[in-house]
Design a protein around this ligand. Structure first.
Ligand code: PMT
Length: 221
């Protein structure tokens, strides 16, 4: 039996991967399936929370008892997170958000010209949603959790990212072509702004989600 230790709380979870369109048929995207974020949403609901799940391009079914807000791009994800987090007790950013988007959106499909080299794609920065909500908390006691997807120097990069983003907790997981993205399992170290370090061994994404909510609950008290 799960303890309803999030009863009366509103939590916001982002999941999936943003898609940044180049033209009506093409986009820049990433390998996130949404599984980790959906596991966070399901487990929070089971612990009694009201849950808003901001879902970027995930093919997963809506979890029962969760408000799902579908989004496509990083800019749309930002709007949805800012709106939902206004009265939230905790925000967990598990979505893989594109740092950059194409500078130009072509209204018609980009055509291949036989006698020409392809045009380079120019990128511009997307807003950093996690840094923004951490810097301007809508409620001072709000707990903000980020994820860090790293391929090398995982812990050193994680610690630097925690400082840079200004969140309370950062879940550092290692990713690769077939690692973490899309799989049923994950393993991570959860770094706290208070210096704490919680290692979560390889296991179902639900298990990592439960550890994250446990650490959030400690900080809500
Ligand atoms: O969806 P799955 O297939 O289950 O895979 C899970 C996962 C690997 C996607 C997930 O566990 C994970 O690591 N999510 C974060 C991926 C990511 O974008 O990491 P990052 O290191 O690039 O970003 C760090 C943090 O800043 C993240 O919380 C991200 O949501 C946030 N961010 C990033 C860029 C940006 N412009 N705005 C942001 O808010």
């Amino acid at each position: 039996v799960t303890e309803p230790d999030l009863k009366g709380r509103h939590v916001v979870v982002s999941a999936g991967g943003t898609r940044e369109p180049l033209d009506p048929v093409r986009f820049l995207g990433n390998r996130s399936s949404g599984k980790q974020g959906y596991a966070l949403a399901r487990t929070a609901a089971a612990r009694g929370a009201r849950v808003t799940l901001i879902a970027a391009n995930s093919a997963l079914p809506d979890p029962a008892g969760v408000d799902v807000v579908p989004v496509g791009t990083a800019v749309q994800l930002r709007e949805a997170v800012l709106k939902a987090s206004a009265d939230a007790d905790a925000v967990v950013m598990a979505a893989a958000v594109a740092d950059f988007r194409p500078a130009v959106y072509a209204a018609g499909k980009i055509k291949k010209k036989d006698d020409q080299e392809p045009e380079p794609i120019t990128l511009v920065r997307n807003p950093d949603i996690l840094a923004e909500i951490s810097a301007g908390r809508s409620r001072p006691e709000q707990v903000i959790v980020g994820f860090a997807a790293e391929t090398d120097d995982v812990l050193a990069n994680g610690r630097a990212k925690l400082k840079r983003k200004g969140c309370d907790l950062l879940v550092v997981n290692e990713v690769g072509e077939s690692r973490t993205f899309g799989s049923e399992e994950n393993e991570a170290v959860v770094l706290g702004a208070d210096g704490s370090e919680t290692a979560v061994p390889h296991g179902p994404k639900e298990a990592l989600a439960e550890t994250v909510w446990g650490l959030v609950v400690e900080r809500l008290r």
